[in-house]
Design a protein around this ligand. Structure first.
Ligand code: G6P
Length: 372
């Protein structure tokens, strides 16, 4: 009913707007007064266990898999433990290398996704310890895991995940920081900065929501486009993939996300004049990475693309090749997905609404897929 949607037309839109609170709730109570992480839910996995592991594998599906991609960048950088991320449906069938020194991290909003459940059962049989990141108390996946970090997003009704994703990102950062803390921090200064910054992310997400009208206008302008391209590098790459997935899921539009550096190895051939191309620009301080992305923008612009550039406040020098700039608050590179994803969610929701689709119940999709 309208009341349950708190005045929003769709649960999905309501859930997008709940993200500042959902992320704040996920971060709440995780730090002690000394600023150290305290994850009570780690119960079944001791700090000794975490010091013994020599490899991390992350398994998940759909949007949760993209959260896992971001987690890999963060965890490897902060802990120097090799970390793989794989879609759960591919994982067990390729005979992955797992042993008792492997930590398996699984991410699932529902905690009931069959592909993911089968993957962790396989990892467990090989002796791996399992940590679940999950939004549903007592679901099958957390019950079958040694430890769990709950995302406190509240129930997610819209089939296309939004607050589920942002809270998964938050939980992944917490896990990465916790592993760094337990194993001895190699980047103590940076980790302190990240910890402080995480506390400010709910208000940064709110700033993105405050700009919703501009994104809605963009959605109306793009309503007749048929193909959409999303580009990013580093953690901007999973953001690009998630932006494309949202458009496919609810707007039924052909959309593809690519690692911006891969453009020249094929995808650039499909760019046509007028084609909307979204590009996520890394924050200041990552100048090499940023310069590479700027040349990618030039390359698509030269072929007539309609460029929509997501870049942080104060990043000038992008105006020449950007048809539209969506401004992001300044973040550390690793945290940028928490803000950069928001306009892409708003875009998909508004575009699907404009096209007359049922945003909360998209065709052919289920909220939780309990068959392999
Ligand atoms: C389904 C949903 C997706 C979701 C995926 C994983 O396919 O339609 O939105 O990302 O499952 O769901 P999970 O509950 O495991 O996070």
């Amino acid at each position: 009913s309208a009341a349950e949607k708190a005045g929003f037309d769709w649960f999905m839109r309501k859930e997008i707007f709940e993200q500042p609170k959902a992320v704040a709730d996920t971060l709440l109570g995780r730090f002690n007064s000394k600023g150290e992480l305290v994850l009570d839910e780690m119960r079944g996995i001791s700090p000794e266990d975490l010091r013994r592991i020599n490899k991390i594998v992350i398994v998940a599906c759909g949007t949760a898999y993209y959260a896992g991609m971001v987690a890999k960048y963060a965890i490897e950088h902060w802990t120097r433990v090799p970390c793989e991320v794989e879609v759960a449906s591919e994982f067990r069938y390729r005979d992955p290398i797992i042993d008792p020194q492997t930590l398996c991290v699984t991410i699932s909003q529902s905690g009931e996704t069959a592909d993911t459940l089968m993957a962790i059962r396989h990892a467990r049989i090989q002796g791996a310890k399992i940590i679940a990141i999950c939004n549903t108390n007592g679901a099958t996946i957390p019950r079958e895991s040694d430890a769990v970090i709950y995302t406190h997003a509240g129930p997610e009704i819209g089939v296309a995940s939004t607050k589920g994703f942002l809270t998964q990102l938050a939980a992944c950062y917490l896990l990465g920081l916790y592993l760094a803390q337990v194993r001895g921090m190699k980047y103590a200064d940076e980790i302190r900065v990240i910890t402080d910054e995480l506390a400010h992310t709910p208000q940064m997400i709110q700033q993105m929501l405050d700009g919703a009208d501009e994104i809605y206008q963009l959605a109306h302008d793009l309503a007749s486009a048929e193909d959409f391209i999303f580009l990013g590098r580093h953690v901007g790459y999973p953001v690009a993939l998630e932006g494309a997935l949202k458009l496919k899921e609810i707007a039924y539009q052909h959309a593809e996300g690519f690692a911006a550096g891969e453009l020249k190895h094929g995808p650039i051939a499909i760019i046509e004049p007028g084609m909307p191309v979204f590009v996520v620009v890394p924050p200041a301080g990552r100048d090499q990475l940023r310069d590479k992305v700027l040349s990618n923008i030039k390359e698509v612009k030269a072929r007539g693309a309609h460029t929509i550039v997501l870049a942080e406040n104060g990043d000038d020098g992008i105006e020449a090749d950007a048809d539209l700039i969506i401004r992001l608050p300044h973040t550390s590179t690793l945290l940028q997905p928490l803000v950069a994803t928001v306009p892409l969610q708003l875009l998909a929701c508004e575009l699907a609404t404009e096209l007359g689709h049922d945003v909360d119940q998209p065709r052919n999709l289920a909220k939780s897929v309990t068959v392999e």
